[in-house]
Design a protein around this ligand. Structure first.
Ligand code: AMP
Ligand code: ZN
Length: 493
């Protein structure tokens, strides 16, 4: 299926500030890079929102029939505490505080990240490379930038020379900043600072003797700057120029601006055709962040243990809540919003499960073809999931009217409706038909109901040996059957 040939997708490109028709470099194939997590603590729901936005985008491209190479890295070194050029490495700091190895920190939180994403039904990326696995590639890029004259070495560290780069390139083109303004708004460098200019950023930092995460390099033992890993891994797996680069809005500056500068300085070409930025999840109107403590962990929602919540919510309800906002809009989390999403989601699932029961007629009263196209138009309009969901609810109205005999639907339209619902709800939005936290209990109930039925059949056939085995063995497992006038019920002891 090559739906992409018939659907005309537009995406909002942060680089141009415009919604643009999307064309991939290679027909039918897409290269997409998304900055992954820094694995020094549990992922909070805000992080999940950004990754979920790109999971939805990945799913839609795949649905359209593109072959997508989706690279999402793991930052396991080089991310300094204040995102600027000083402070401790976030992972090394956690290791010091917990008295464990940095790689134990990395392992613990990488596992947590994967577990949470799995609960949210994410598709795994095609490649998930790590910064520490690409030190050699990063050193090669630094050598290249030094050779081209856009970097300098001081005391075992290497810095990118922003003013020099800006003489021939445009540093600030993604974030819309001008170097002159940046210079006017920053403090002078302290006398002991190695950098020539406050805007310069580290490509390689000399490791102090106590720094555990260190690698040999032509400039001595050290570690790479945070921005460099993404340039190294995206170039390695997607090429010097690739289709899409994504991340949260907060990464636009300095991280993505520096990525562009590094790539242009070393390869001489602009690295990315479409820059996509996902907006923030807020709590009490403020950005969710690890550093401020203003955040909720996904498990606190799934268990209902956070004091802000009146109950537990399933991962799929949380996912539906996220999908009800456009990925470029700010979204505020609240108990009321989650309750409303849960209600909406259950309504959608009920309608979906009603479709196959609908009786058909020779024709339909509603134009389901046009409706399906409207669903695609919404997604083609920069992945407008809230509009898509509004169209799905429009169909719910018709499903209910058909069920009540007030409207009719043809056999063909019923199949189209069923396929479209399934494709958009499960394949593209990534939702799952698990509407409560007790789905394991539901499965148990189903199995016991089946055994009760088999026991009844055995008794009807006067096969009391079998019926007793079923009752006794269930009792051994702590499941007690009780025969009454209305039939057999069970309780779990
Ligand atoms: P980090 O682990 O801090 O490098 O962040 C991982 C990703 O989460 C980045 O793409 C950030 O932009 C994104 N992110 C951080 N906070 C939020 C938030 N409150 N809402 C949405 N995305 C966020
Ligand atoms: Zn990055």
């Amino acid at each position: 299926m090559q739906l992409y040939k018939t659907q005309h997708l537009k995406v909002y490109n942060s680089l141009t500030g415009q919604k643009e028709p999307f064309t991939s470099i290679h027909e039918g194939a897409i290269g997409m890079y998304v900055c992954g997590p820094t694995v020094y603590s549990n992922v909070h729901l805000g992080n999940c929102r950004t990754f979920m936005s790109f999971d939805m985008i990945f799913r839609y491209f795949k649905h359209l029939g593109y072959k997508v190479r989706y690279v999402r890295n793991i930052t396991d070194a080089g991310h300094l505490e204040n995102d600027a050029e000083d402070g401790e490495d976030k992972i090394a700091k956690k290791a010091r505080l917990e008295r464990i190895e940095p790689m134990e920190v990395v392992q613990r939180y990488t596992v947590d990240f994967h577990n949470i994403l799995q609960k949210f039904n994410f598709l795994p990326p095609s490649i998930e490379p790590t910064a520490t696995g690409h030190i050699i590639e990063q050193i090669e890029i630094i050598k290249e930038i030094l050779e081209k004259g856009f970097a300098y070495e001081v005391n075992g560290s290497v810095y990118f020379d922003v003013p020099k780069f800006n003489e021939t390139h445009n540093y600030g083109k993604l974030s819309g900043r001008k170097l002159e303004d940046m210079i006017a708004n920053t403090r002078e460098l302290a006398a002991q600072d190695d950098k020539h200019s406050p805007q310069d950023f580290a490509l390689w930092k000399k490791a102090e003797p106590q720094h555990i995460m260190r690698w040999p390099s032509p400039w001595g033992d050290g570690f790479p700057g945070w921005h460099l890993e993404c340039t190294a891994m995206s170039t390695k797996y997607l090429g010097e120029t690739f289709d899409i680069h994504g991340g949260g809005m907060d990464l636009k500056f300095p991280h993505h601006e520096c990525e562009i500068a590094q790539a242009e300085a070393s390869n001489g070409v602009s690295p990315v055709n479409y820059w996509l930025h996902a907006n923030m999840l807020t709590l009490n109107g403020k950005k969710m962040a690890k550093s401020t403590g203003n955040n909720i962990l996904p498990d606190e929602i799934f268990s209902g243990t956070n004091p802000l919540l009146s109950k537990a919510f399933t991962p799929t309800v949380v996912r539906f809540f996220m999908m009800q906002a456009h990925y470029t809009s700010i979204l505020d989390l609240s108990n009321d919003a989650l309750l409303a999403s849960e209600k909406g989601f259950l309504k959608l699932m009920e309608a979906l499960n009603t479709i196959h029961k609908l009786e058909t007629n020779s024709s339909s009263d509603f134009d389901f073809n046009a409706w399906q196209q409207k669903c695609y138009d919404a997604m083609n309009d920069d992945f407008n999931t809230p509009t898509l969901i509004a169209h799905l609810f429009e169909a719910v109205k018709h499903i209910n009217a058909i069920k009540e005999g007030k409207e009719s639907i043809s056999e063909m339209d019923k199949a189209l409706l069923n396929n479209t619902f399934n494709a958009f709800i499960f394949d593209i939005l990534g939702l799952e038909d698990k509407n409560d936290a007790n789905s394991d209990t539901d499965k148990l109930s189903g199995v016991v109901a089946l055994l009760i039925q088999l026991r009844k059949e055995a008794r009807d056939n006067k096969d009391f040996a079998t019926s007793d085995i079923i009752r006794d063995q269930l009792a051994e497992l702590g499941i007690q059957l009780k025969d009454g006038k209305e039939g057999t019920t069970f309780s779990v002891l």
